[in-house]
Design a protein around this ligand. Structure first.
Ligand code: DC
Length: 232
């Protein structure tokens, strides 16, 4: 296997399991893992906490754009779980950014071009030295168009809603299947139709349809692809 490190871009629909697979892959091959969705979620949490969302759920875009210089996002490994946690202005917000309140508002935040520009710049800095796995919606198309390995993950909305329900129930959150399914469909709609960097498969990305795949099967698929891309 070549020693040359590469950039791995994993894009796909929300709750398609791409974050878990990207994190596991990074661990297996000794690469850094960056969850770009966590960055959009952290900006959304900032907006909620700072009164930039009014009572009927409408986001104050101008105020959020003005606040961007005050928003600092980074990642640190949690000493207990050994997993990467997202920090917003120095505070560990990993748990809060995964809740339904943030999920319901993150897509409107992610359509704002100024937000995207700031976060894409930060994401590109993480990739300068390569040896990175990043997951998101526009990693293979906009953030790292020259990534050596690109994967586009897909699964049906029903399978994704069931997986997400299980995940949230395990975290003790009380949500219904219908609420999650609706949120997934709405996020798909916004993510694929937005003007700025819509979710789409890069022409050179490999499609991974994981409706009927187990986690070990997905890992084999990714490791085979990685070996192919790194063996000269
Ligand atoms: O992957 P996720 O569900 O945590 O992402 C949260 C939201 O952030 C998702 O609805 C779309 C947006 N997002 C994005 O627009 N671009 C990315 N690279 C990653 C996420």
């Amino acid at each position: 296997m070549s020693q040359n490190k590469i950039v791995i871009a994993i894009d796909g629909y929300s709750s398609s399991g791409k974050s878990t697979m990207a994190r596991d892959l990074a661990r297996r091959i000794g690469y850094a893992y960056i969850d770009s969705g966590a960055m959009y979620r952290a900006v959304t949490l900032y907006a909620i906490r700072n009164g930039l969302v009014n009572a009927d759920g409408k986001l104050n875009n101008d105020a959020l754009i003005a606040a961007l210089p005050d928003i600092r996002i980074d990642f640190h490994i949690d000493p207990e779980s050994k997993k990467s946690h997202t920090f917003l202005n120095g505070e560990d917000v990993e748990k809060e950014i995964r809740g339904m309140e943030v999920s319901a508002l993150v897509s409107p935040v992610a359509v704002i071009p100024e937000v995207r520009r700031q976060l894409v710049k930060l994401q590109q800095q993480y990739g300068i030295e390569k040896g990175i796995v990043m997951d998101g919606r526009d990693i293979g198309t906009t953030v790292f168009p020259d990534a050596e390995m690109k994967v586009f993950v897909n699964a049906s909305p029903e399978v994704r809603a069931r997986r997400r329900l299980l995940e949230l129930q395990q975290k003790g959150q009380n949500v219904s299947y219908e609420e999650i399914h609706e949120n997934i469909m709405e996020r798909d709609r916004i993510d694929t139709t937005r003007k700025e960097s819509p979710l789409r498969k890069a022409p050179d990305a490999i499609m991974l349809d994981n409706d009927n795949m187990t986690i070990p099967e997905q890992m084999d698929f990714l490791l085979n692809l990685f070996r192919e891309k790194t063996s000269c």
